[in-house]
Write a protein that binds this ligand. Sequence first.
Ligand SMILES: NCc1[nH]cc(CCC(=O)O)c1CC(=O)O
Length: 325
Amino acid sequence: MKKKFVIGSRESALAVVQSRMVLAYLKEHCPELEPELLTMKTTGDKILDRRLDQIGGKGLFVKELDRALGEKRSDLSVHSLKDLPMEVPEELPVVYYSKREDPRDVLVLPEGRKTPDLSLPIGTSSLRRILQLQEIYPGARFESVRGNLQTRLRKLDEGQYGAIILAAAGMKRMGYEDRISRYFSIDEVIPSAGQGILALQGRKGEDYTFLEGFSDREAFYAAAAERAFVRWLDGGCSSPIAAHAQISGDILELWGLYYEEETRTCRKGRKTGPVCQAAAIGIELARELSEAGEKDCVAEEHSAAAGQVRENGGGRNRTGEEKDR
Ligand SMILES: NCc1[nH]cc(CCC(=O)O)c1CC(=O)O
């Protein structure tokens, strides 16, 4: 008799495609298991008209999945790592990280267009994206767009936005790659920590080694560095932070962005070190950027610091912003 193995997933099309990747792996490599999906609507999926930081942040997307896993109605949760809160319950640890899909952010245009109409707003709900895109599209207006990928694409095609910004990973996994009109390099738009990586979350003490082949060494180290960076800076608040690590051989290179609400200053930095020091590199870069901040604050009393976020972006568009969703 095959043993049932239930994979818990959000019910959005992207979440299901991602969970099916794990399901397909199990079907191919673990003939003794009978994998199936258990999809659920999370609180975050139901509330679409408010900013995430007003309704409770990332945790809203995982609570239902955590409960199912804890109550053994499922055996594994599959998450986009970037949507997973920094702290997961001790009894429900991340057991593996998938190989990373394209981590870049991309520009998507209304169907049939070749260039963005910048008299219309650019759709994104992420202050991290807005901060960096202001440099690329000076003078552009930004407006929140929430909902799942299909909903966002529909709103774009209906003419509400000149363009929208999305993660390449979701577009590629959904088979929408041909709608991508521009890829932003890692230097242009530093991605959200974990973007493109799937996190497999299990129950503490259980054996998941049959999934080892699905996991990826580079993603593991990148996740460690990126999440250490965010954890050190965030401390539960909702300021925009970006972190992306690349690994070549035994060297890890980490890009970080930190925005200080108080002084409205955006700082980017980069740090390199041995992969085995992944988390320490994240903490060091976080510390460097926030300490640079203390100096900037003083300087700013005398002159508007370079790199400061322009008033028209950081200010006017505040309503309707949340972190990446
Ligand atoms: N915020 C929603 C979300 N969560 C994960 C992805 C894409 C897949 C990934 O980054 O792993 C997306 C869509 C997007 O930001 O465009």
